[in-house]
Design a protein. Sequence first.
Length: 291
Amino acid sequence: MMLGAVALLLSAALTVSQAEPVPVVLWHGMGDSCCNPLSMGSIKGLVEKKVGGGVYVKSLMIGNNIVEDTENGFLMNANDQVTNVCAQLKKDPKLQNGYNALGFSQGGQFLRAVAQRCPSPPMLNLISFGGQHQGVYGFPHCPGENQTLCDYVRKLLNIGAYISLTQAEYWHDPLNEAEYRQASVFLADINQEKAFNQTYKTNLLKLKNLVLVKFADDTMVDPKDSEWFGFYDEGQAVKVHNMTQSKLYQQDLLGLKELNESGRLALLASPGDHLQFTDAWFEANILKFLK
């Protein structure tokens, strides 16, 4: 009996030690593709190397090839992209027991939409690198030294920002919040600014961890505070409020407050410009959420 019990314990321990690592799903940003060896290909290799154990890494492709994937990042409606990805994840047999998700730039808020809308298969940890979770109000590298020019560019962008054929599903004009809430075809919905959707909150709270990475010297995202759910105060585009000062947090419309108070919301800062981080920084700050 004793030998049999010991054998069972050893067998169980061996099974645990040989358990496969949690799969990882990557979603690239605008202008990139699933398989660019200098970007997502490099990240895929980094994850495989650091997580080890033959981890399965799926780098999402929206379309039938790399060219379509890149084009769709610009031109395909964000809701359609999310629906496409939900279908991909649901039919992938290697993901059915759960996966960790890494989203880069717009891939960060798109994967958050996946977590809110498509809880099966389950997303375990969501890590957003420079995701614009409260949207953007500016052109890359604006505001810069010439504030007047940047304001003029904003006005030009506003003209077509809410037309669904443009890739501006997360354009957010703080000078006209009413128009933003009415016309936004994506961001206002997933941020509970059109109508409250309890399912969105319930699903996001299923995450083990929500990790938000902001790039300290980001010149691509305006305001960069959006990467931590901050944004411009309504009616102007200078003063910024942080996540905890937002209605989204204070009324806990998404569950951010509950995630934070339960220790499941991590705000990380990486030195450098947009999506610029080192392998050493990744290993020191991100790897623990993937193992």
